[in-house]
Design a binder for this molecule. Sequence first.
Ligand code: NAD
Ligand code: GLY
Length: 362
Amino acid sequence: MELKVNLGPRSYPIVLDSGIAGGLSSRLKKMFPKSKFGLVTNTTIRNLYQKQIEKWKKELGLTIHVMPDGERYKTIATWSRIFDTLLKAKFERSGVIIALGGGVVGDVAGFAAATMLRGVAYVQVPTTLLAMVDSSIGGKTGVDHACGKNLIGAFHQPSLVCIDTAFLDTLTEREFLAGCAELFKYAFIGGRDMFDFVSVNKGVLIKGRSQVLLEGMRRSIEIKAGIVGLDERETGGKRMLLNFGHTFAHALEKYFSFKKLLHGEALWWGMACACALGKILKTIPASDTAAYDTLLRAMPRPKLPSIPSDCDLYSAMFFDKKVSGGKINFVVPAKPGTSVVKSGVPGETVKNVLTKVLGKSE
Ligand code: NAD
Ligand code: GLY
């Protein structure tokens, strides 16, 4: 099936199906008949999908850059090495970068595309559930900084997102569940229909590939594409909702040095904290608090490496991109399927939430 991000001249298709990666070369040759192609991936995906990559290499004459695997390599150093590989191969402005991988590869390869020769085209071929339903869509590209997540980056929309669900077959259960957290996120922000869909199907969604999962992915992608179409650069208040749970999650990822907790796992905890905050601030109607708890509990609770310090986490939150005028903007749940932004929440309230939610984590 084909969906679309509507952004005028920067609009692009999102194709979603099983087994479509094999036909990518012919589509790309039609879209970019005179271009050189580069492919960025990581060691794990290169090893798993060597045959497919070799086939693309023959068909497209690819230059390939293989980065190490892991969030801790989502850095300026990795970004710079992509330039070394592609510029030595005489990459030109008409060149196209293919990002084959999860959110880490997609973010750093997208940032290389945004900045190489002042901007070249790129194509997202996401291979994790998380990247399929979220990070490959919307043009947020970037790398982490020692001060925090995604603090260096650019908005740069891809020309195509090619989602082949067959890639999900090689994902570990842990990575799959981390992606489910990002899919469940849309139940908190994507409207009553999505809330009901995820609530009814939560048990099947977390089991792996199925028609129900495909439908959940389609709905998630539609919601994300719709929000990006309305608020591409997060200036109109809508796109900020996509960061539901992320203020807490990014602080947790930083606390654990981008190593021990997956992004989707940190997000699960972030969503739990956002729900706790919503209860305290009374943005969630009292009659709906149980429904939110049930939704979160449908996913296995990710194990935290240790109980984090609430003061350290709170300090880390001030490096979030949603801080404005020195105040943190929290996205908190409201009526089922909707969330609102709250600013100026007292520090003590936030720390109480952290202690209450994360203090019970072991
Ligand atoms: P990831 O890219 O680190 O991938 C997770 C793991 O799965 C890695 O070890 C990877 O090698 C492996 N893997 C990938 N595809 C596989 C496959 N098909 N089979 C087996 N193993 C596979 O992590 P992620 O969860 O995909 O993405 C998280 C990143 O995405 C974070 O850096 C986060 O900040 C970013 N993100 C960006 C946006 C955005 O809008 N740009 C949105 C959400 C998240
Ligand atoms: N995942 C947040 C965004 O794309 O805006």
